[in-house]
Design a protein around this ligand. Structure first.
Ligand SMILES: [Zn+2]
Length: 72
């Protein structure tokens, strides 16, 4: 359950900075209404766009497939 994962994503800026993305910040926990629900459910957004940590023009795009690859 406590899987702390980061993925590396290059920004769209000219310098292609490598940003380390903390998946825990990307996943939003789903409210569990029944105790029978498996505990590992977290909702991965289909697509997240973050700002590059190193340059003002770069964006970092994280898709659900990338997250699933990293956590598989
Ligand atoms: Zn950048």
């Amino acid at each position: 359950m406590a899987m702390l994962k980061t993925i590396k994503v290059t920004c769209t800026g000219a310098a292609h900075h490598v940003n380390e993305i903390d998946l825990d910040k990307l996943l939003k926990p789903v409210i569990v209404t029944r105790s029978a629900t498996p505990p590992q459910i977290q909702e991965v957004p289909a697509r997240s766009v973050l700002h590059c940590q190193f340059c003002p023009e770069g964006k970092v795009v994280i898709t659900r497939a990338m997250v699933e690859d990293a956590t598989a």
